[in-house]
Design a protein around this ligand. Structure first.
Ligand code: PXL
Length: 287
């Protein structure tokens, strides 16, 4: 069975990070092997939270995995709680990957024109460094902007984007994607969850020097963990040998149906998406 090492936090409430990644990756027939970066009572967008930082335990886990001769088929990184964790992730990548290992990096830094609580400039710079190791990166639009400039630059660009015509808006985002690809020699990238006019959500896919949009209807607000569910489908799909296009086309109906239930139930944004009933959409033949 294929295995993915998942470097991400475990949040008790909010259905993000490992609580999203483990069920999705398991449903797709890939073994999920978590390396926690932090354990939280709930994700950090709630008013308060308890965060138990796992930095000091990460090396212990990596050492044991090394003793066990662990060879994951994929490595998927998400929420890193502080700058020290980047060195651990780099160590892990150099110990456990070879040229066949699929490395997916979700550069978790912010969303909707805002940065997350753990964000600071040094962490952003470390993220810009880490993404260069990845076969695929999955920034949202806020994170894509942060891969090209600091927080104040991102805020200015975010505001600027909101005032463009539809055509200019799409062009600017495509240009942003090519800038990132070129600056960091990125092979594949999906800029995820882009709000488009006319109640559409766009995902802008870059691969082998071309780009294309895969859109879906927008049902409602933005929910905690949406990006984690999306990236998890892509990480498992690529590890199984799916094309990137098939990965995105697998993620969209799964998310759309789950979000429709979430809205119908009136779930608060912070509680995340009701995805559990739709995991079967990810089941696949045994390969
Ligand atoms: O989904 C991104 C994410 C991951 N982990 C934690 C978070 C967030 C977003 O708020 O707080 C702990």
């Amino acid at each position: 069975m294929k295995k993915i090492a998942i470097v991400n936090d475990l949040s008790g409430m909010g259905k993000c990070s490992l609580t999203a990644a483990i069920p999705v990756i398991s449903a797709m027939g890939v073994q999920a092997c978590p390396l926690p970066t932090a354990i939280l009572s709930n994700q950090t967008d709630y008013e308060t939270y308890f965060l138990d930082d796992y930095t000091n335990r990460m090396d212990r886990i990596i050492d044991e995995w090394q003793r066990l001769n662990f060879k994951p088929d994929g490595i998927y990184t998400g929420y890193l709680a502080n700058v020290m964790q980047f060195e651990k992730v780099q160590r892990m990548i150099s110990l456990f990957s070879d040229d066949k290992t699929i490395i997916v990096c979700d550069p978790v830094l912010g969303d909707e024109g805002e940065t997350y609580d753990m964000y600071h400039e040094e962490l952003r710079l470390q993220m810009c460094h880490l993404i260069q190791k990845a076969n695929l990166i999955t920034p949202n639009l806020t994170e894509a902007l942060l891969l090209t400039g600091d927080k104040s630059y991102m805020k200015k660009q975010w505001q600027k984007l909101q005032h463009l015509s539809e055509k200019e808006y799409l062009c600017e985002i495509e240009l942003l994607g090519y800038t990132i690809q070129k600056a960091y020699s990125i092979n594949c990238m999906v800029i995820t969850g882009i709000a488009l006019p006319g109640k559409q959500i766009g995902n802008l896919v870059f691969e082998q020097g071309i780009s294309y949009w895969i859109n879906s209807p927008k049902y409602g607000g933005s929910y905690s963990g949406t990006g984690d569910l999306f990236s998890s489908v892509l990480a498992a799909g690529l590890t199984k040998g799916y094309t990137l296009k098939k990965c995105v086309e697998t993620a969209i109906p799964f998310l759309s149906k789950a979000i429709a239930e979430t809205i119908a139930e009136g779930t608060p944004r912070n509680e995340g998406i009701c995805f559990e009933h739709y995991l079967h959409l990810l089941y696949d033949e045994i390969i």
